[in-house]
Design a binder for this molecule. Structure first.
Ligand code: C2E
Ligand code: MG
Ligand code: MG
Length: 238
């Protein structure tokens, strides 16, 4: 993995995120791909869990921040309007006490405003020390970064977390769009509608992940979700 990082085998792909109301591009998510020397790709699910347990994610996620900054710099230098890039950040990196300062240093290096970087964390991060997490989010906010809670609804999402953490965005797990029996579907919509309404009242933007069909899109629009991401709009591209 160290060799691969040195050899630039890790590539940043970007998946667009759209405003569901007017189809305007509002951002992109950086997703890592490991391109082997023979040209084939390895996907994050095959290596991120390992890198999380052996600590290499600290290096890889930092590298992805750099890649995002490099891309933003390029857009700006080419006279293109940049859109914010969301970068997935693992728990050990996000909770490190030097993390906010280190982030700032990287952005300074590329002369990128922090408003163009959103940090995505998984809901599981909120399981331990909520106070520590809350403080870190506050520090990151004071530096101008936005924080997004990814895969909401996949694990044990707690309402406690929603009110205590000042997150900017909630990404609803694509499991919410999976086919289920009609009876469950009705109940699911009741829950989803309320979660989205709660988020709105708390000033949190909502993103529906995994929009694959026009039907999915209609469903999340009906729920007043703000943004959408998925194969219907665009796959991750290099
Ligand atoms: P995620 O952050 O929730 O990213 C969304 C995943 O859903 C991506 O998978 C994306 O390719 C996939 N996806 C997007 N639209 C659709 C759709 O319409 N249908 C379906 N079936 N899938 C869709 P990917 O790229 O394989 O990444 C998987 C997970 O790996 C990510 O989930 C994220 O948690 C993690 N990951 C990716 N890149 C990084 C990284 O640089 N650092 C860390 N720590 N984790 C990463
Ligand atoms: Mg994500
Ligand atoms: Mg997700």
């Amino acid at each position: 993995m160290h060799q691969a990082l040195q050899n630039k085998e890790f590539k940043m792909f970007l998946q667009p995120k759209f405003n569901l109301k007017n189809d305007e591009l509002v951002g992109a998510e950086a997703l890592v791909r490991w391109q082997k020397p023979d040209g084939t790709y390895r996907y994050p699910n095959e290596f991120i869990p390992l890198f999380e347990s052996n600590g290499f994610c600290i290096k890889l996620d930092t590298f992805m921040i750099e890649q995002a900054c490099e891309q933003l710099r390029k857009w700006m230098d080419d006279g293109l309007k940049p859109v914010p890039i969301s970068v997935n950040q693992s728990k050990i990196l996000f909770l490190d006490k030097n993390y906010p300062d280190n982030l700032e240093k990287i952005l300074d290096k590329y002369n990128i405003p922090s408003s163009l970087i959103t940090l995505e964390i998984l809901e599981g991060i909120a399981s331990d020390d909520l106070e520590l997490l809350k403080r870190q989010i506050d520090i990151l906010h004071s530096k101008g970064f936005k924080v997004s809670m990814d895969d909401f609804g996949k694990g044990y999402s707690s309402l406690n977390m929603l009110y205590q953490l000042r997150i900017d965005e909630l990404k609803l797990d694509r499991g919410f769009l999976k086919k289920v029996p009609e009876d469950d579907e009705k109940r699911r919509y009741i829950i989803l509608r309320q979660v989205i309404s709660l988020a709105k009242k708390l000033g949190i933007k909502t993103v529906a992940e995994g929009i694959e069909t026009a039907e999915d899109r209609e469903a999340v629009i009906a729920l007043s979700c703000d943004y959408g991401q998925g194969y219907l709009y665009g796959k991750p591209i290099d």
